[in-house]
Write a protein that binds this ligand. Sequence first.
Ligand SMILES: NC(=O)c1ccc[n+]([C@@H]2O[C@H](COP(=O)([O-])OP(=O)(O)OC[C@H]3O[C@@H](n4cnc5c(N)ncnc54)[C@H](OP(=O)(O)O)[C@@H]3O)[C@@H](O)[C@H]2O)c1
Length: 347
Amino acid sequence: MTDQDYFKLAVAAAHQGLDTWTNPQVGAVIVKDGQVIATGYHHQFGQAHAEVDALSQLDDVADAKDSTVYVTLEPCSHYGKTPPCAKRLAEVGVARVVIGQQDPNPLVSGKGIQLLEDHGVAVTVLNQTADLNEAYTYFYQHHQPYFTLKYAMSLDGKINGAGMTRTQLTSEPAQQDVQQLRSRQHAILIGEHTLLNDDPQLTVRTRQQAFPPIRIALVRDANQLDRRLKLFNNAAPTWFLSETEVTTSVPENVKVVVRPEWTPVVISQYLAEQGLQAVLVEGGSQVQAAFLAADLVNELVVYVAPKVLGGAGLPAAVGEPLTAAFNLGAPTITQFGHDVRVRARRV
Ligand SMILES: NC(=O)c1ccc[n+]([C@@H]2O[C@H](COP(=O)([O-])OP(=O)(O)OC[C@H]3O[C@@H](n4cnc5c(N)ncnc54)[C@H](OP(=O)(O)O)[C@@H]3O)[C@@H](O)[C@H]2O)c1
């Protein structure tokens, strides 16, 4: 087996970590005399890192002496919620560490590699992310969240029929896919009309999550909100970004944050300060237009349903104009039942 083969095993392990929240997904494989002797991954935010999890799988940690460790992300070098992994690998006498990607987090970046080398451990960096931790990497490189815009539309580009009631566009398989998409986010954001018209739950209902996405709604005045709205249930933490201070108490899961104006740039800065890396914007039309115009959208995920809503329907993005049209990379197209998902990223 080659370095690439062992690295793929580490990547597969990393994917098992579904509750890492704002920590990266990381996998590690320990190889000695051509045999995989342990595999580990970062299971959950606050728990052991992948390398330490792999070491804990060994009956005798002394077996790691002179081994090669394949790890998808640079081992950490600082004392955070857990002690530094690079130090631990050096202490147990690992001979070589093969790293997929240098950590973009400035707390770690390059320092884990340096620590290993200073302790005589050979290091190879593959410079391969294997598409892991896209939002995490983007966040540390650009100091803002990775925003994904998601909506369902008819074949004539409408996200809702005329009037104030919600039009159900997609069917069950596409809705299940949305649950998957939501489960990878740190927050889901909607505009006030969507909140009032649709009264959405904005929850992940396909699996129990240790850290469900924070539900965020943009509102002019949080005092005016009907407390029977589903966002007031305690299914997930909820933030209202309001222009007006609330004068009454709110449930424990609800936070009201007040600014004179919540433009997309102000929202992005605030969410970045809160450490949120992956944010899904789920409508409506005006909020979508505002995020597009602010040049904050990294990816579009659009579900196209075989329906036609006609001239009075609400188009996908109405409002703030773009200064110039922009191109996205080649889309990936996937069919879910009768619906089609088009997914395209900024290049
Ligand atoms: N098919 C889909 O995937 C999908 C998804 C989501 C929503 N929808 C549909 O979209 C419709 C709602 O879209 P919409 O365009 O009418 O409304 P929206 O984008 O949900 O909300 C926009 C409204 O939010 C308020 N708002 C408060 N703070 C704001 C801020 N900082 N920036 C911008 N707006 C702010 C504004 O209200 P005021 O200016 O009036 O004060 C603004 O008009 C609903 O009918 C819903 O069913 C469809």
